[in-house]
Design a protein around this ligand. Structure first.
Ligand code: DWN
Ligand code: SAH
Ligand code: ZN
Length: 407
């Protein structure tokens, strides 16, 4: 029996996705035999309402000097983080004397580069050295270390406390959330603000986007759980703002208790979570059934297309696709290859199911009849770009929120 990472209560898995590899470890054939697997099984803590996976591989297995995800691969996400940065620059930072901004999980500098451009004092914490190197090349100060309470103390010593601590799609990656929350509470100035966003539990449940669950995503947060976690360390949820990014995310704004007014949004969103049934175990039983249905329908569709001799190619070798392909047992017999624009993924094979990953040009050179949209969270950006595929009578297959062929 394992205990909840937040409150220590006993955790029980409500389902299992089976054996899973490291989601972002794209392989060469000589590495197939030594691939690492763990059991991917989610649990919902009945005491503090935090959704988490039972077992997470060690951080060093996932985040290192060969990490395959570069944030700036999506043009839409570049815009999103520019807007995010300017909202901070034009509100919280206004009138502050030489403000200091820290970002946890700053990757290739997709957000911090805007603070750098404004001449703002900043520091990115990014343990994956290869992506941090891109940020450094662009003049973004980056420290390749894992954020925790010890690092927070070192940062305070060297740079002083922070006016703003930012994080996007990184907080939900760190298993020792207590150390992170304590570190943030020390690092933040008394009038400082913490803003972070992550995939949202409410969206994952309603869209059955179970592919948000993989090794890196140890937590899928809700406003209810975030508010409880940080309250223990003297931080209060002062606002929560839904985002459309990554298929449905939530931006959480927190500050030392009593330092800021609390927006009425917080109660509204927490009430909505209760209405949606997020605190109830039944919700997760139903989610499990929905995952199984989604898996069976997608595999049936791909088997049918295979039997009819259709060409199907995957679009976007996402981390999420590792969960989908391994859980549904989708392999090279169903999908010829997955097209991806990330150079270090190309020429390699996907984790677990070993589907080849090829450069984007191979997709456009010879359009398939069907493209399975693994990067469904970027659907708008991709549909806008892929008009030629549509003219060539290509069809998209999506599986979120339903398994569907988009004509
Ligand atoms: O939380 C996380 C998010 C922020 O990013 C990390 N744990 C890892 C990663 O998750 P992901 O791999 O599921 O993210 P994306 O953004 O859905 O990945 C998109 C993939 O598709 C990238 O490999 C780039 C590729 N891509 C492409 O080939 N053509 C993306 C777009 C937009 C395109 O047009
Ligand atoms: N913020 C970016 C990157 C998200 S990917 C975006 O939204 O696109 C998650 C990132 O968190 C990875 O780059 C990973 O190296 C980083 N990360 C993982 N554990 C971390 C930790 N303990 N401290 C800081 N960053 C961490
Ligand atoms: Zn708990």
């Amino acid at each position: 029996m394992i205990s909840c990472r937040v409150c220590g209560n006993q955790l029980e898995k409500f389902m299992s996705f089976g054996k899973m590899p490291i989601a972002n470890r794209f392989l060469l054939p000589k590495q197939f035999d030594s691939e690492y697997f763990f059991e991917l099984a989610p649990a919902f803590c009945k005491s503090c309402f935090t959704f988490q996976i039972i077992e997470q591989p060690s951080p060093e297995k996932m985040f290192h000097n060969n990490y395959a995800f570069y944030s700036s691969t999506s043009r839409y996400m570049q815009l999103h983080f520019k807007e995010f940065a300017y909202e901070v620059i034009n509100s919280i930072l206004m009138g502050r004397d030489e403000p200091f901004v820290v970002e946890i999980g700053s990757n290739d500098g997709i957000m911090l580069r805007h603070f750098k451009d404004k001449g703002c004092r900043h520091l990115g914490i990014e343990p994956s050295e290869n992506v941090a190197d891109v940020a450094r090349k662009n003049g973004v100060n980056s420290l390749s270390k894992f954020f925790d309470v010890d690092l927070a103390e070192q940062i305070i010593e060297e740079y002083g406390q922070a006016d703003v601590i930012l994080s996007a799609n990184a907080m939900c990656h760190i298993s020792d959330i207590n150390s992170v929350a304590r570190g943030i509470s020390l690092l933040l100035k008394p009038k400082g603000v913490l803003i972070f966003e992550d995939p949202y539990l409410g969206d994952m449940i309603s869209k059955v986007s179970y592919d948000q669950i993989y090794d890196e995503h140890v937590f899928i947060f809700s406003a209810t759980s975030v508010s409880r976690i940080f309250q223990q360390y003297g931080l209060e949820l002062i606002n929560a703002i839904p985002q459309i990014t990554h298929g449905g995310s939530m931006r959480y704004i927190l500050a030392p208790i009593g330092s800021h007014l609390v927006s009425p949004n917080v109660k509204k969103i927490i009430d909505k979570e209760i209405e949606q049934g997020l605190p109830l175990p039944d919700t997760y039983e139903k989610f499990k059934e929905n995952c199984e249905k989604s898996r069976d329908t997608l595999l049936e569709l791909l088997n049918r297309l295979k039997d009819r001799g259709k060409r199907v190619v995957g679009y976007g070798a996402t981390s999420k696709s590792t969960t989908v392909t391994n859980y549904c047992k989708i392999g090279p017999e169903h999908i010829e290859f997955i097209s991806d624009t990330t150079p270090i993924k190309q020429g390699r094979f996907t984790p677990g199911m070993h589907i080849p990953v090829r450069p984007y040009e191979e997709f456009t050179k010879n359009f398939p009849e069907y493209a399975l949209l693994f990067a469904w969270n970027h659907a708008q950006e991709i549909f806008e770009k892929e008009v030629k595929f549509k003219y060539a009578k290509g069809k998209w297959i999506s599986y979120v929120p339903n398994v569907d062929i988009i004509e």
